[in-house]
Structures are given as C-alpha cells and as structure tokens.
Design a protein around this ligand. Structure first.
Ligand code: ASP
Length: 332
C-alpha cells in the first residue's frame, strides 16, 4: 500500500461560510474522513501547514511548503497538497523549480466548491490527486477535473467552471477514464536523466510583471528601475512585439538591461510559443538583451525568474538558467 502525506494550506476546498464570505476552516483529518474509500488503497497521514486563501499565499509560503515537502518526502511515496485554486499555478511552478530533481510525485489539488457543500468537486479532485501519486511520476503536478497537469504548465483559466485549469502548450500527464488513468509515458522517460534531489528554496521577490497595452508609457521602465526591481517579465503583443513608433519603449528597456536587470518576455496570447525573431517589432526587443520566454506560461516565467535571481546575481548564469529546460516547462 502506498504511503501518502496530505498537507493542507487552505483554499475553497477547506472553506466554510465565515460571515464575511468563504474562508478556509476545515482541517486535513476532516477532509480525509469525507473520503473513506481512499483508506482501502493508501496509508494516509495528514498535516495542516497553512490555513490561507491562496490570494494570501506568497513566495514566503512557497518556501515553507517546499521545506515541509523536502523534509517529509523521504518517509512517503508522494505528497498531496490541498491549496486554493487562485494562485495554485504559481505555487506549483515555484515548487517545480525549488524541488530540484524530484524523485517522487508532489500533487496539488483544490476545488471550486467547498468539500462539505453539495455539488463539490473536491472529492473527485482529491481522488485524481491520489491517482496521480499512484502513477509515481516524479513531478510537481496539479490534479483537477479528471486531469493531471504538469504543474509548471498549468494556468487557472476559469473562475467558476469545474475545468478551472488548462495545460498550456503541453499535453496532460494523465486523464482519468472509467478504465483508469490514461497517462503520457513521455513524462516518465524524461525523468531518467536527473541528478540528486535537492531543495533550492532561495528566491528573489523583486520581480515585476508588466502587460503592455498599445500606448504604454515608456517612463514605466524608469519607475521600475527606481524601485530596484531585479527582474521584469513583459507580456508583449502577438508572436512577440512592442511599439517603437512615437512612444518608443526600446531605449528605456535597453537602459534597464544595461543596469543589470533581467527582462524576460512572452506573448500575451495564452497558447503556443512566442517568437521574437519573427517581426521587426520583436527583434528589436531581443537586440535590447531581452530573454525570450518561448512557450512558458507567465506563472512559470515569473517563478523561474524569482528562482534564478535567488540562485545567482551573474547575468550569464541567469540567461543559462533560461536556456535550460528543468521540468518540461519550456520547449526549445
Ligand atoms: N479564493 C480561493 C483560493 O484561491 C479560491 C479557490 O480555492 O478556488 O483560496
């Protein structure tokens, strides 16, 4: 029987009406008591580590969760983390980088409706999370709506629909069908060349995300420089572009890069890769020293940048980190 640790961090899955709206309240033992069938297939321990709406989960919580997982993983076949859905994709991405060369499954799940309420999706999502642990793929994953998604490829795309998450520019790791989990064996093959597991939980939180609009004032980059950000993620237009007529963003952007600030750019389009070499409006960004984010999600770029800046101050090293595919977060 596989031994699984269930960690709870709050979120809707564990919420009750507080008088001021839904707030996390239900503990891990009560959650597992609502799924008695799991006890026949898994030996389960539980631990409440946080009790937060995921809007309040920030880099310090990612570090704490990563530390607890790294500490406990040697004693289990896998860890399941219940978490609010709103920022779950950020946590999953951050954990993907902090838990380097993971050897066991770490699965995040949550729900759109609290586990004690009618029509809840919590039980099904938890069952899927247990199925993901059972698969044994050593990755940080999100289990939701019968899908098992590589954590660093997940994005929350719906506020109310039960299919709240999508796997962006990557296939599912697995999907639950009536005859069991159909899984993609490529994810398993890719794991074989990995080194020793290590916890690398240093992060730099001085990272800013800027979504361009037609007419973005170039002076925003002066502000960001003044505020001492060390990393900036830009969501540019289409396959990759920004305006340089009239409001020319490029000189200010170049100034940022010359000051040692790492700038990574991706498309505002959710799906498919960005390619900044395609148009003149994109090539000029590359000429400024901007790192292309390719097909990584914004969540993956933001957390990879915080992680890269936490590991090193060397600009070339940071670029090397972005030239490396650690957890199938990017396609080259
Ligand atoms: N606001 C909740 C949270 O992210 C939403 C959810 O869990 O679905 O904690």
């Amino acid at each position: 029987m596989k031994k699984v640790l269930l960690l709870t961090t709050g979120g809707t899955i564990a919420a009750r009406e507080s008088g001021n709206g839904l707030a996390p309240d239900i503990n891990s033992e009560d959650i597992i008591a609502l799924l008695p069938e799991l006890k026949h297939s898994f030996q389960i321990d539980t631990k409440d580590i946080l009790n937060l709406d995921s809007s309040n989960i920030q880099p310090e919580e990612w570090q704490y969760i990563a530390q607890v997982v790294a500490e406990q993983l040697p004693f289990y076949d896998g860890v399941i983390i219940t978490h609010g859905t709103d920022t779950m994709a950020y946590t999953a991405s951050a954990l993907s980088f902090m838990l380097q060369n993971l050897k066991k499954p770490v699965v995040l799940t949550g729900a759109q409706i609290p586990i004690e309420q009618m029509f809840t999706d919590a039980k099904r999502n938890l069952q899927t999370a247990f199925a993901a642990v059972d698969l044994g793929i050593p990755k940080v994953m999100i289990a939701f709506f019968d899908k098992i998604i590589n954590g660093c490829r997940a994005v929350k795309v719906r506020t109310l629909g039960f299919n709240a998450f999508e796997s962006i520019s990557a296939s599912y790791i697995g999907e639950v069908y009536a005859d069991g989990v159909h899984w993609n064996e490529n994810y398993f093959i890719n794991q074989k060349k990995k080194g020793e597991f290590s916890l690398k939980d240093q992060l730099c939180t001085d990272v800013f995300l800027l979504k361009l609009i037609p007419g973005t004032n170039p002076e925003i980059f002066d502000m960001l420089l003044h505020m001492k950000y060390r990393g900036i993620v830009i969501e540019a237009f289409g396959a990759g572009g920004t305006h340089f007529e009239r409001r020319n963003l490029l000189p200010k952007l170049k100034r940022l890069v010359d000051h040692g600030i790492t700038v990574v750019a991706r498309s505002q389009c959710l799906y498919e890769k960005s390619d900044f070499s395609l148009y003149e409006v994109g090539q000029k960004l590359l000429d400024c020293g901007v790192i292309p984010g390719r097909d990584m999600t914004t969540e993956a770029i933001v957390t990879k940048l915080m992680w890269a800046l936490g590991q090193t101050e060397d600009k070339d090293e940071i670029r090397k980190i972005f030239d490396t595919n650690y957890v199938d977060e990017v396609t080259f």
